[in-house]
Design a binder for this molecule. Structure first.
Ligand SMILES: O=C(O)CCC(=O)C(=O)O
Ligand SMILES: [Fe+2]
Length: 333
């Protein structure tokens, strides 16, 4: 197998500790976006929905050339459509500083509490797999360790943070010839499809989110804990600050090492049954799901608040190399 094309973005284990996050004010870039996205959908660009309910595929516009207003439109579109698939981007080659600065437009950059990052770049999370890879991976993306029939693990990223990530860039560096897609599900539509009666029952509930088990698992693999463990109480039904739309913030709840653990104030059986029902709906409702496929030059942007996602480890013998850069958003309301 050929050497990796982007060696400077290979994962390195780094035990540096960081001060715990302090709460900072957040203004959603999407709240400055335009209804018609005129600063994003520039002349000559093309865009089309991936499905009627979520996802938008965009070509003919370079993220790296967008104005601040263009990035605001991008944030609003991500909030509305959940996931944006940008084709033919030069973003992977514009350099670390430009990459980080672009995502910083949307908020403070997240640092992964445990996982390896490219040397000296804690704000990048690396997703790397090839047949020779010995890089440590979390169980959620390593089916052989979880003993699961499938590599699919639905989740939203880092919901146990006080200010969980919103706009998230997923930058393809090397992609397999086929496979290695990412699944997405709309948390907004998952809320919309519920009955008014059931919505009323969910209103006001809070979920306890906790990343302790991730840190413990990481420690067992010799990976660092860069921050103290985080436990947070976040609303089960959240409202997006830019769209004003409600969404279900319960993706992956109660499963495996997932960070949403249980419903505050419910007894165990009540919490388990409710979260299982919500996750059944999310996971088997193909009509509110979409799939992002990758080509060289693809950059996928998702709003981690309003979609859940899962990688698919269906490729073998090939290399898949991505970096993820996530901007932290509001304290959930
Ligand atoms: O590998 C993928 O497609 C998704 C990985 C993932 O869950 C993430 O980077 O947050
Ligand atoms: Fe993820």
């Amino acid at each position: 197998m050929k050497a990796p094309k982007y060696p400077q973005y290979l994962p390195t284990v780094d035990h540096t500790k960081f001060p715990d996050w302090e709460e900072v004010p957040f203004v959603d870039a999407g709240s400055r976006g335009t209804t018609d996205k005129r600063n994003l959908f520039l002349p000559g660009s093309k865009h089309k929905p991936i499905t009627p309910r979520l996802g938008e595929e965009i070509d003919g516009v370079q993220i790296s050339d967008l104005s601040k207003e263009g990035l605001d439109d991008l944030a609003l579109l991500a909030a509305e459509r959940g996931v944006l698939v940008f084709r033919n981007q030069n973003f992977k080659d514009v350099g670390v500083q430009k990459q980080l600065d672009t995502v910083r437009h949307f908020g403070r950059l997240h640092i992964h509490p445990t996982m390896p990052y490219p040397a000296g770049i804690p704000e990048m999370h690396v997703v790397f797999k090839d047949p020779n890879s010995t890089a440590p991976r979390l169980s959620s993306i390593k089916p052989e360790e979880t003993q699961s029939v499938s590599s699919v693990v639905w989740h939203a990223d880092h919901t146990a943070e006080r200010q969980p990530p919103g706009v998230t860039f997923f930058v393809a560096l090397e992609v397999p010839p086929s496979g290695g897609d990412t699944l997405f599900v709309s948390a907004t539509e998952a809320y919309n499809i519920l009955s008014d009666e059931y919505k009323k029952r969910l209103e006001g509930l809070k979920i306890v989110h906790d990343n302790t088990s991730m840190l413990e698992y990481a420690a067992s693999k010799g990976l660092p804990a860069r921050f103290s463990p985080s436990t947070q109480l976040h609303p089960l039904v959240r409202t997006h600050p830019a769209t004003g739309k409600k969404f279900l913030a319960a993706i992956g709840a109660g499963e495996g090492n997932g960070q949403p653990r249980y419903i505050h104030g419910f007894k165990r059986e009540e919490s388990e049954a409710t979260l299982r029902l919500l996750n059944d709906i999310l996971q088997r409702s193909g009509d509110i799901q979409a799939r992002a496929s990758y080509e060289p030059g693809t950059v996928v942007v998702w709003d981690n608040r309003v979609v859940g996602h899962s990688g698919i480890q269906d490729f073998q013998g090939d290399r898949r190399h991505f970096v993820r850069i996530s901007a932290m958003a509001e304290v959930p309301v």
